[in-house]
Design a protein around this ligand. Structure first.
Ligand code: EPU
Length: 444
């Protein structure tokens, strides 16, 4: 499989432009299924997760036309989708394919969606999604084929009946559950009230696009979202929000390498938790008026404790990168992350660089060291891979990061952007293993 070769030690310097948010874009692409007219999505991140979503939509009958220009912009006519069956292998490899459940249910009142199997981030159930669908009147059953592959079937007991708006109370905040509930409810009859909703910026982005289409949604970004069903949704042209996690990753990489970088295309409000933690660790962060943010270091990084939490808390998707920064801070930091089971798996790889990280009960104790040394690391998921690249950028000597297919899922032109900031990082392609990559299971 392809890998990154990194010669560490160069401080990142210069300017870089953030891409659109992966976790917003995957939901927006699938949400187009609900729209009764063609739509244009502009400046999508050119990453494998988005290419996979577009490929699945096309296989289901949608007409997709790539528009001219430097960025990935597409016109999608999903009115041509006539099937409620999401095709297998690709969908199974992507957690976000669960959004097909809400979108197809909202439009056709039925969906068959292949489910991902076991997960590197631990057990990732969808019980809350199913609870939401069931509140709207849908039944569900899990179908298992001879190879043990699972497909979720959502349907109405009486095939002619409509989804009926209702009160949905989530037991805890779930990004995917909230987005799926919104997708299923926008065309349901009457009012739906989602309580204990997730407040992540990408949840709000999905609601904003649907509102532009004519959906009646209020309260996205708060605990309570109220939706009044509409019959039709009109076509829109929409651009996803900037990727707070990509931006956060560059902020942390800049701090870890002792650099000075300005990142453009940012919404500083979305970065508040990351910015606050970086400032706590002694990093300078300044928000400029032109939607850019400057990060630079003029003193040693200091230890800081951290606990991940749903938005507006510190995002779990930034924990591996920030923990890697703390590995070169002065002092001892405690990092707690209870959102997923296996979010500290990556530390087995980072310690190969000489980092002192001990994990117990979903908490890491990180004793900062002066320097890291180059090592060979294998990415275990998307953000873990980003953390390993940061470790490689900091370490003395050469590092190799393998299984970068995970990084390609969520970071557009990662090594190109890093190179433009002065990093010594190369991608080594190993085309013979392309098929093996396709068959592997991914979980972001
Ligand atoms: N959960 C359940 N039941 C459910 C739904 C969630 O038990 O029905 C649990 C999950 O297992 C997890 C917690 O609740 O322990 C939070 O899960 P959530 O539903 O919020 O996460 P998600 O929708 O599966 C999205 C992002 C993740 C990000 C999380 C948390 C997308 C496509 N994925 O996942 O992104 O970590 O929210 O913010 O939006 C990444 O980008 O690297 C990534 C993993």
């Amino acid at each position: 499989m392809s890998e990154f070769i990194i010669n560490g030690g160069n401080p990142l310097k210069g300017t870089v432009t953030a891409s659109s948010a992966k976790n917003a874009a995957v939901a927006l692409v699938i949400a187009i299924i609900l729209c009764d007219e063609p739509c244009i999505l502009e400046n999508l991140p050119d990453i494998s997760d988005i290419r996979k979503c577009l490929e699945i939509l096309e296989q289901m009958g949608a007409k997709i036309e790539r528009l001219k220009g430097p960025n990935l912009s597409v016109q999608i006519d999903a009115t041509k989708v006539k099937t409620v069956h999401v095709p297998g292998k690709t969908a199974r490899s992507m957690r976000a394919s669960s959004y097909f459940l809400g979108a197809l249910l909202g439009r056709f009142h039925e969906a068959f969606v292949p489910m991902p199997g076991g997960c590197l981030l631990g057990d990732r159930p969808i019980d809350q999604h199913l609870k939401a669908f069931s509140a709207l009147g849908a039944e569900n059953r899990l179908l298992t084929d001879d190879n043990g592959n699972e497909t979720m079937h959502i349907y109405m007991q009486n095939e002619n009946s409509d989804l009926l708006g209702n009160r949905i109370y989530f037991d805890f905040q779930t990004v995917g559950g909230t987005i799926n509930a919104i997708l299923a409810a926008v065309k349901a009859e009457g009012q739906t009230i989602i309580e204990n909703a997730a407040k992540e910026p990408h949840v709000v982005d999905v609601a904003n696009m649907l509102i532009q289409m004519g959906a009646k949604i209020v309260g996205a970004g708060t605990d309570t979202i109220k939706i009044t069903g509409v019959d039709k949704l009109n076509g829109v042209t929409y651009t996803p929000i900037p990727d707070q996690i990509e931006i956060g990753t560059f902020m942390v990489a800049t701090a870890a390498t002792g650099g000075d970088v300005t990142i453009s295309n940012v919404i500083p409000k979305h970065l508040e938790a990351i910015t606050a933690r970086l400032r706590n660790a002694g990093v300078n962060v300044v928000e400029n008026e032109d939607d850019s943010i400057r990060v630079w270091v003029d003193k040693p990084i200091t230890a800081t404790n951290l606990k991940t939490a749903p938005h507006p808390g510190f995002p779990t998707d930034m924990q591996p990168q920030f923990s890697t920064l703390l590995a070169v801070a002065e002092g001892t930091s405690i990092v707690k992350d209870e959102i997923f089971d296996n979010r500290f798996e990556y530390t087995h790889e980072i310690v190969k660089t000489g980092a002192d990280i001990v994990v117990k009960d979903k908490a890491a104790t990180i004793v900062g060291t002066d320097k890291l040394k180059g090592a060979e690391m294998v990415a275990t998921d998307l953000r873990a891979g980003a953390a390993m690249v940061i470790a490689g950028l900091v370490a003395e000597g050469t590092s190799v990061v393998k299984s970068i297919k995970y990084i390609d899922r969520g970071y557009e032109g990662f090594e190109k952007k890093l190179r433009s900031l002065g990093a010594d990082i190369e991608r080594v392609e190993c085309p013979d293993n392309d098929n093996a990559e396709e068959e592997s299971c991914d979980f972001e």
